[in-house]
Design a protein around this ligand. Sequence first.
Ligand code: ADP
Ligand code: MG
Length: 211
Amino acid sequence: MCESGEVDVNAAEGWIRAIAASVGEQADELTRLDAAIGDADHGTNLRRGFTAVLEMLDDLEPKAVGEVFSAIGRTLISKVGGASGPLYGSAFRAIGAALPEPSADDQQLLAALQAGLAAITRLGKASPGDKTIVDAYAPAVAAFERERSWSAAADAAEEGARATISLQARKGRASYLGERSIGHQDPGATSTALIFRALATTLQPPRKSPS
Ligand code: ADP
Ligand code: MG
C-alpha cells in the first residue's frame, strides 16, 4: 500500500522538521488568532519551541524512533510557556514512550498518537467541543483509524480546527471570554492541524498518476 510504511528515526525527524517549517511560516497567523481570544503569543510560543527542537535534533543520536519524540517533548516543556507547551510537550513524551523500537509501522504510530491525545486530555481535562487542541487532534486520529490515510487525518484536523469558530471556549484562557470567544478559530486547534498536515506530507508522498 502506498500510504503506509515504516517510520524510522529519519522519517520522525523529517516530520518534526516539517512541523518546524510550517510553524515558522504560520507563526504570525497563529499569534493573530490568539490575539482575538487569548494573549497573542501562540505563534511566538511555538516558533521558540520548535527552533529549540531543531537545535536539539542536531545533537541527538537516537536509536529508537520514540527517543526523537521524547526529546522533543522535553524540549517543548522547557522552552514553550503557556498552556500549549506542557500540553504538546506531554503529548510528544507519551508518543515517544509508546515507540521503543528502532522504527514503527502505521498501527504503532496510531497507537502512539492516541497515547499523545490521552496525555493532553489527562493534563488539560478538555472534552471535544471545548474549543481546544482536542477538537483537531481527536478527529484526526479517528479519521486515520477509519481510513488508514494520513491525508485523511490532516483533512479531519483542519476541518476540526475550522469547526472551532462556532464553539464557545470552555478551557484555557479563551474561556474567560465566555460567549465572546464564539466566532474565532482556536489557535491551538489550528497548530494541531499544521502538525497533522506536516505528518501527511512527510509520510505520504503524492500519488503518482498512472501513465
Ligand atoms: P496560553 O493560552 O497560555 O497563552 P498558548 O497561547 O500557547 O498558551 O496556547 C493556547 C491554546 O492552548 C488554545 O488555543 C487551546 O487550543 C490550547 N489549550 C488551552 N487550554 C487547553 C486545555 N485545557 N486542553 C487542551 N488545549 C488547551
Ligand atoms: Mg496564548
